[in-house]
Design a protein around this ligand. Structure first.
Ligand SMILES: [Zn+2]
Length: 373
């Protein structure tokens, strides 16, 4: 803080004349912070004028658009049977980005060229101010002139960045949401692969959630509640102490055991409730009929909305999920996708973007040629 520095006992304004040479108060001390700030802004001008941050963001969009396609492919390979529009959605993002990209890049080039043209002049003005602000008498005026020039260009660059960002901001937000959704699916499928459940032929996982089965007594099992197109299954999955010394577990063992399974037709009712002091606990009550080993079960689920579970259970039970089920790929279709071109026939550029089911054409990112396959 310059203002404090000037009052420091070691320097003091009274001894200013000779003190500077022996490490006392520098009369320019109050301007130090301002000089440093101006210097930093001058240093940042070239990158700011290049609109580097927006350029990086635009590149990230392209990477992301390919990543969601990879994730969609991976989800299918892992057996994800729902949301048959996943691949069309990914292809649509790619198509929309191909439309947005040229105008975004054109705006980037145009704006950054205009801004960069002014960097040399404005940097000179800033440095001129730093070089000439040498006395307390002229520093305020000199630095002020430099700051004015640098701030004007900085503000213009920021405004340009904001405008160009606005061209694909919404697109990127939506794409990010799709990617987060696909990552959640992947995580779910990987979690299910750890299960010891004997899956039925063709059984397709819909949802899973960490859950505690609330039963009478205080030995509630913890594990994972699974909803598939055929069943509701609770698998206990927890570490339990196999040896205790003075109440402290010294040996643990992972226990995985299916404790409840009900066919869809055996689920009579699913009821969600919000509990806890702030209504932030999610609970589910099921009632069963038929051969299920319990007439009802109460679960405290962790990290997901109970209402969504209630809705999804009813949807599976009523057959409402079937409209979103993906059709199995025929061998011919698999072969067709496998044989998709990897090089642009027009310019020879490699075509590296992931191929998605349903895809019938590729647009070359280099020359724009559309190749059907
Ligand atoms: Zn090409």
């Amino acid at each position: 803080m310059p203002k404090d520095d000037i009052l420091k006992p070691s320097g003091g304004t009274l001894s200013a004349s000779g003190a500077a040479s022996v490490g006392g108060a520098d009369p320019m001390e109050p301007f130090k912070a301002r000089r440093a700030a101006l210097k930093t802004k001058i240093d940042e001008l070239p990158a700011l004028a290049r609109l580097s941050a927006v350029r990086d963001a635009a590149e990230n969009v392209e990477t992301s658009a390919n990543r969601v396609a990879d994730l969609a492919n991976k989800a299918r390979e892992s057996g994800y049977a729902w949301e048959k529009d996943l691949e069309p959605r990914c292809l649509d993002y790619r198509r929309r980005w191909q439309e947005l990209k040229p105008q975004t890049l054109a705006a980037l080039e145009q704006e950054s060229a205009a801004l960069t043209n002014r960097v040399t002049q404005v940097t000179y003005q800033g440095n001129y101010a730093l070089a000439h602000a040498t006395t307390p008498a002229n520093a305020d005026k000199e630095l002020g002139d430099g700051e004015k020039a640098v701030d004007a260009l900085t503000n213009q660059a920021q405004a340009a960045a904001k405008t160009i960002r606005g061209m694909f901001d919404k697109f990127q937000t939506d794409l990010d949401a799709l990617e987060a959704h696909l990552n959640a699916i992947q995580k779910m499928l990987e979690r299910a692969q750890q299960s010891k459940i004997a899956w039925l032929p063709g059984e397709a996982l819909v949802k899973l959630v960490p859950a505690k089965w609330d039963r009478s007594g205080n030995d509630d099992p913890r594990g994972i509640l699974y909803l598939t197109d055929l069943r509701l299954v609770f698998e206990r999955d927890e570490e339990i102490a196999t040896k205790k010394v003075l109440f402290i577990a010294t040996e643990k063992q992972r226990v995985q055991q299916v404790m409840l399974e009900a066919k869809m037709s055996e689920i009579e009712n699913a009821q969600a409730s919000k509990r806890g002091m702030f209504g932030n606990e999610d609970h589910l009550d099921f009632t069963f009929s038929g051969a299920v080993n319990t007439p009802s079960a109460h679960f405290h689920i962790d990290g997901q909305d109970a209402n969504e579970w209630q809705g999804m259970t009813q949807r599976v039970k009523s057959g409402g999920m079937e409209s979103t089920r993906v059709v199995a790929l025929s061998d011919a279709e698999k072969q067709r996708l496998k044989n998709a071109p990897t090089k642009c026939p027009s310019c020879g550029s490699p075509l590296t973007a992931p191929i998605l089911r349903g895809q019938t054409e590729i647009k070359c990112p280099a020359c724009g040629t559309v190749t059907r396959f």
